[in-house]
Write a new protein. Sequence first.
Length: 372
Amino acid sequence: MQKLQQQHVESDESEKEEEVPKSKPKSKANTVNEDKRKRGEASAVQKVLELKRKKEEEERKKEAQERQKEEQEKAKKKAEAEREKLEMKKKKDEEKRRKEEEAKQKREEEKRKQADEERERLEREEQERIEEQKEKEKEKMEKEKEKEKTENKMEIEKVQKAATSQVFGSDDEEEEFPPPRRGKSGISAFDSDEESADKKVNEKITPEKKKKKKEKKKKRKKKEANGLEASDDEFIEEDDKNDEDYIEEDQPKKRKVIRSSSIESRKRRRNGNVQTTTNETIEEAMEDIRATVLKIPKLATWAADNNRGHNDIIKKVSSYLNQIGEHINKKTDTNDTNSADMWNWTAKTCGFKRGGIAIQDLYMQLCDEQEM
């Protein structure tokens, strides 16, 4: 633009210089007009230049704004790319961490599973070993019992045979055992243990002992005839054991199962600690009270689940025991309405140490029996 303006100015000046020689001498008025014209032209040129300058400045401003805008766009795009890059990296790191954590958990789970399997295997082997040991011990005990039973049976048969020969033998002449059989090697068929057993039998059964026993039997019969009771049961049992035909057979005794409550009730009846009633009622009362005892753990669970305390359990136990008391009243026809006496009788009948026991004390004692 500046070059164009300079060229324009130079062309105007050259035109003026060319025109100067051709012009004629001017008058004063013409000179004034010429000056005005020149000033007007210079002013017009100045305005044109000013407009051009403003236009150039506006164009420069626009270009600067556009460059700034482009730079901002570039910076924004760059920041966006950086953010996306960071997001991708973050996602990759999280994925990598998640996979490592899953692999770690899987390894731990596998180790835990192997440890459980190993423990189960060891427990199973230990249980099998214990079962095998028990089986061996059982077989050993059965063999020992069978051996002992066989030996006892042989000993009993031998003693029976010896006793029979002694009891039913001749009074005039004493029968002796036949001499032991000897084989080709000259060894006796009986061993030393059997010979010692024969000697014991011969020593045990003698005419003096027979005579003493007959006298004791006569005395006992005389006492019974006079209405006197035998003062010592063990005395009679000892006599029976010394009898010549008393033989302790090796029969397995049948185990009689007796409830502890029944044993205790019999002891208390012998000591006179309970009122007179039927055995059936006492047994029923004891079974009922034991059934109540067995309900206490369930009541404790019920109390824990329903936010209840001991007092609520005591009320439940009290209602159960009241039902038992009514049942006993009906059975014994006592029609006893005194609760203290009823508790006294029930407590004593059912094996509790204290008489006249209160409901709470009875409940606590039931708990103690159940080790609650």
